[in-house]
Design a protein. Sequence first.
Length: 95
Amino acid sequence: MAYNAQYLTLMAHGAGQQWWSYRTADAPALVDTAGYFGGEAVDMLKVGDLIFVQQVDDPAAPSSVSAAGWHLVLSNDGATVDVSNATSVAITDSD
């Protein structure tokens, strides 16, 4: 798949920082590729913003989560956004 603006949601903002949520079927290694976030995201994402990414089976109606983690926007030159590798969030459920 590729970046889909429909699933990028601003969750909070203040003091020049923004926190985003993004759902995708893409693996974290693809999401952290420079240029993954394109189009209008270039105008919205700022250096230092946090993006919580959930890898799900179906972004429109998820029934399972296979990975989750935080990405930090490292650079945005007005054409390309680059984010950090994901800081993983455990998704295990041992009960």
